[in-house]
Design a binder for this molecule. Structure first.
Ligand code: DCP
Ligand code: MG
Length: 358
């Protein structure tokens, strides 16, 4: 045994995908402070700075105890000077003046509000802020030109800002599955995203659709969306075709056939028999051969996914996406039918969905 080559067991592994990160952890005050700074940096378009804060927060989430002093930071990989200073402030004073100033700032508050609207990204929100817009009323009144998606986002803003519960997500999954199986009896509908990681609430319902027979899944989404729409269950829908293999993927966004929708979910327990709420639903269709990769890619968290791709590239020379694992040396995709097999191909210990809250 050469001690210098053995990883120090007291130090957390460097990549988020090498760690177990439960939903409930021991350092919420610190991670919330750092994530505020991460969001603020992202709002100004500084992804690198944002990532540094996100990385530090993510490592803290995996720490199996409360961080008591700055000395404990030795156990965490990649905590830079700025993060250190913020952590020190929170440990000593219970809060960080810098973070509090960000939280109070008009820009941060407005950016939070605007980027929270369905269809509004950082750049759009920033340009609206530049133009002097501050409230939803501003958008509605003096209105910049809004896309159809943004109009729907504004129209149903209040419902969409209300967290979706696991029970509501399950109800939507069942409804979609019943409809999908009327079209193709063996179709599968899997609840992915935060709910699969054990979150009791979410901002949307992410559903992965597939079929055991390769190719059959192509006949699913069109009729499914048409049928849901006919029943008055969709308040908004926007379909995108599958573009995998057609054009080089420009973003980290995958290229599955999909539908971004706002569903009209009946609320049977609400007293009023006609009660309903608007709910964001993403329907994503994966062929069987890519299902395990899609499942892994759509379970998240976003940071866990980013770390998986970074690990695959930097440590293994492989390109991971929601479509597959590509080996550029052998010029081929490495097949896998389960998430466990993908971790194995990457030479990583398996991490269960509920431990992927990096
Ligand atoms: N995803 C990703 N990269 C993207 C979009 C999505 O890796 N650009 C993956 C990771 C996410 C999952 O898809 O976990 C679903 O995206 P959401 O934005 O719905 O995130 P969550 O479901 O995790 O969170 P929430 O509870 O807010 O819905
Ligand atoms: Mg989600």
């Amino acid at each position: 045994v050469t001690p210098s080559k053995e990883p120090d067991p007291a130090v957390l592994p460097a990549y988020g995908c090498q760690r177990r990160t439960p939903l409930a952890h021991h350092n919420a005050m610190l991670t919330e402070a750092l994530e505020t700074l991460a969001r603020d940096a992202a709002f100004s378009g500084d992804e690198t700075r944002s990532l540094a804060f996100t990385r530090a927060a993510s490592a803290l989430k995996a720490l199996p105890r409360r961080l008591g002093s700055l000395r404990d930071l030795a156990a965490l990989p990649g905590v830079g000077k700025h993060c250190r200073r913020v952590i020190q402030e929170v440990l000593e004073d219970g809060s960080s003046a810098e973070v509090e100033a960000v939280r109070r700032s008009e820009r941060y508050r407005t950016m939070q509000l605007f980027t929270g609207i369905f269809g509004v990204g950082t750049r759009t929100a920033a340009s609206w802020y530049q133009e002097g817009l501050r409230t939803l009323a501003d958008l509605r009144a003096t209105g910049p030109r809004l896309s159809r998606q943004q109009q729907a986002g504004l129209q149903y803003w209040e419902d969409l800002a209300t967290p979706v519960t696991l029970a509501e997500a399950e109800a939507i999954r069942e409804l979609v599955q019943a409809e999908a199986q009327r079209i193709l009896p063996d179709a599968t509908v899997t609840l992915v995203g935060g709910f699969r990681r054990g979150k009791p609430m979410g901002h949307d319902v992410d559903l992965l659709l597939s079929h055991p027979e390769e190719g059959r899944e192509q006949a699913l989404l069109g009729p499914l969306v048409a049928s849901l729409e006919q029943q008055g269950l969709l308040l908004y829908q926007q379909r995108q075709p599958n573009t995998f293999g057609q054009e080089p993927s420009s973003s980290s966004m995958d290229q599955f056939e999909r539908c971004f929708a706002i569903a009209r979910l009946a609320l049977p327990g609400a007293g009023d028999p006609g009660a309903w709420r608007a709910t964001r639903v993403d329907l994503v269709v994966a062929p069987r051969s890519q299902f395990a990769f899609a499942l892994l890619g759509w379970t998240g968290s976003r940071h866990f996914e980013r770390e998986l791709r970074r690990f695959a590239g930097r440590q293994r020379g492989l390109a991971l996406s929601s479509h597959g694992l590509y080996d550029p040396q052998r010029e081929m995709f490495l097949p896998a039918t389960t998430e466990e097999e993908i971790f194995q191909l990457l030479g990583l210990d398996y991490v269960a969905p509920t431990e992927r809250n990096a």
